[in-house]
Design a protein around this ligand. Structure first.
Ligand code: BTN
Length: 244
């Protein structure tokens, strides 16, 4: 991954750049990295703070030979790859908040945005957008985000070399993706569950079908989150987020 690399200074969003390249036929592993994004996007239509030179703002192209309904598996794979990579470079303990927010001491350090294109129920490509708040200082955040966001530098007390981090992310991603293509979702599922901070506690999940109240117990084979409801029955949720 990353052998085909587009390194940009200022860009609206690395997602848009890579989607354009994907439509033009770019190969799997193509990577777009920007120093700064002026319209960084988050999940659920939110914006993503991406100041110049302070974070890792990048998008990675996958062309997985899997059917569209298995996209949640890739969402979870990305979270595992990123959390393993970060904790190899910085001495912090990362928790994954379903489906793919990375937290340090309960505060968000990184977010992942998957955007995909499909044809006949098969994925044509997936653009994995990764935002890691590496060397941001408190004043780089809008005030209302400070109670729930943190950078690696703020959490560890030391500035982190972004190139080293990117190299390790690509290594972990490539290894886990290879494992996934060879052995399927089972190993990814165990790794995700081991890192998850959102299991076995009463939670409200905001889903496209409305709020779901219950206790998340683990993942199913497709990458959905199995939630135990008050009456003891189970419901599986495939997209959404943990309510705050
Ligand atoms: C989230 O937690 O809501 C997802 C945030 C994803 C941010 C990354 S930064 C690189 C890529 N380009 C974007 O515009 N967004 C993603």
């Amino acid at each position: 991954f990353g052998r085909n690399l587009r390194l940009l200074d200022v860009v609206a969003s690395t997602q848009d750049e890579l989607r354009r390249l994907a439509e033009e036929g770019a190969s799997e592993g193509t990577l777009v990295i920007a120093e700064q994004q002026t319209s960084g996007r988050g999940r659920m239509g939110r914006s993503w703070v991406s100041p110049a030179g302070k974070g890792v703002w990048m998008s990675l192209l996958l062309r997985p030979p899997v059917p569209l309904p298995l996209t949640p598996q890739l969402t979870l794979l990305a979270a595992v790859a990123l959390s393993r990579a970060i904790s190899r470079v910085v001495p912090v303990t990362i928790g994954i908040k379903w489906p793919n927010d990375l937290l340090v001491n309960g505060k968000k350090i990184s977010g992942i945005l998957l955007e995909s294109a499909a044809e006949d129920e098969r994925l044509r490509y997936v653009v994995v957008g990764m935002g890691i708040s590496v060397n941001l200082d408190a004043e780089d955040y809008p005030e209302e985000l400070l109670p729930k966001a943190v950078s690696l530098k703020m959490a560890s007390g030391e500035a982190v070399n972004r190139s080293d981090l990117i190299a390790i992310i690509l290594e972990e991603f490539e290894r886990l993706y290879g494992l996934y293509l060879e052995q399927g979702f089972a190993p990814i599922r165990s790794l995700w569950e081991a890192h998850a901070v959102t299991l076995n506690n009463q939670t409200t999940l905001n889903t496209p079908q409305g709020p779901v109240h219950g206790v998340p117990r683990g993942l199913d084979d497709m990458g959905g989150l199995k939630v135990e409801l008050a009456d003891g029955s189970y419901r599986t949720v495939y997209s959404g987020e943990v309510g705050s």
